[in-house]
Design a protein around this ligand. Structure first.
Ligand SMILES: [Zn+2]
Length: 326
């Protein structure tokens, strides 16, 4: 096995606001192992990049490999990236502006490094690993703390004129809705993300509505996680169930808009919220999408939940490194 360069492995990095994940993949993009570090964004970009480098080297070491066997390192970063120059232009979660991430990491790792937006990278991972690159037109919606997306057109990631395509979390769904972090009102993200769910649940509890969650976590709902929401629903919590149902309905509206716009074969939903609450949300998402799409346009659209979960980011980042080095 192997080619004459002897470099048959890839590292995929998922750089998030709270944690860094680095995964090792072989030439066929099969996962070999992964390591995790906290991001510690408050320490500044230099310190974070040092931690990314350490996480990559740890992952290589954990898999009993050496850097000379690695062909490339892909990185998915949150926010706006200039992939051509390897810079993170703006990443509010990290507190970064104009950070030359690729240059710094190549210096530290002595390996070729490639940068992409995290949701674009997740889309690449889901498309290649889960959908086996079969469908030509796919929309990916990733629902976590925020909401982002990726679009595949004719088998290729569509990135747009300024490389920012797929910011579907900021589609306006309800002009009278709550204010979004972007300054607009009623964005998809402010109605259906993890933060949106948490906010709605906290408001309901504050208004005196009874929820299983206060029994599980206390009145202030400290450390509320998506998994707790699922548990509460399974215990019969109607307040929480209704809030999740509403988020699923909004998600269906977003899906309908995207189906009208792009006519994809598959809409795939992923991210932490779908990983935790997919069973609860998917039927409503599908129903809502069907009822909001223009008549006749729902033909042959499949709406599915990704099974890659947290691994979508590292997988896609490895796909990126593979694509850029072949
Ligand atoms: Zn917004």
């Amino acid at each position: 096995m192997g080619d004459n360069t002897g470099r048959n492995y890839f590292v995929g990095v998922d750089l998030g606001g709270t944690k860094i994940l680095a995964g090792l993949f072989d030439a066929k993009l099969q996962p070999l192992g992964a390591t995790k570090l906290s991001t510690k964004a408050q320490r500044g970009s230099d310190a974070v990049l040092e931690r990314v480098a350490r996480c990559v080297l740890d992952a290589i070491d954990e898999c009993d490999l050496e850097t000379k066997q690695i062909r490339g390192v892909g990185i998915g970063a949150p926010g706006v990236v200039d992939q051509e120059h390897g810079e993170v232009i703006f990443a509010p979660n990290l507190g970064w502006k104009d950070v030359a991430a690729v240059k710094e990491l190549e210096k530290r790792l002595d390996l070729p490094v490639f940068l992409e937006n995290d949701c674009h990278v997740c889309m690449l991972g889901v498309y290649e690993q889960e959908l086996k690159s079969k469908p030509k037109h796919v929309v990916g919606i990733f629902i976590g703390t925020g909401i982002g997306g990726g679009i595949i057109i004719n088998g290729e990631l569509f990135t747009g004129a300024n490389h920012t395509a797929g910011e579907l979390g900021h589609m306006v769904i309800d002009i009278n809705g709550p204010k979004c972090s972007c300054g607009n009102k009623g964005c998809f993200e402010v109605l259906a993300s993890r933060l949106a769910l948490f906010r709605a649940i906290q408001a309901a509890v504050k208004n005196g509505q009874k929820s299983e969650l206060t029994e599980m976590l206390g009145e202030d709902l400290k450390d509320l996680r998506s998994g707790d929401i699922r548990k509460a629903i399974r215990r019969g919590d109607k307040v929480v169930e209704k809030i999740v149902e509403e988020a699923a309905e909004y998600t269906g509206i977003a899906v309908a808009n995207l189906v009208n716009l792009l006519n994809p074969e598959i809409v795939v939903l992923g991210g932490g919220v779908i990983e935790a609450l997919g069973d609860e949300m998917m039927p409503t998402i599908t129903k809502s999408a069907k009822s909001h799409v223009m008549p006749g346009l729902f033909k042959n659209v499949e709406i599915i939940a990704s099974k890659l979960g947290d691994n979508a980011g590292i997988t896609g980042a490895a796909v990126l490194a593979r694509n850029k080095t072949r």
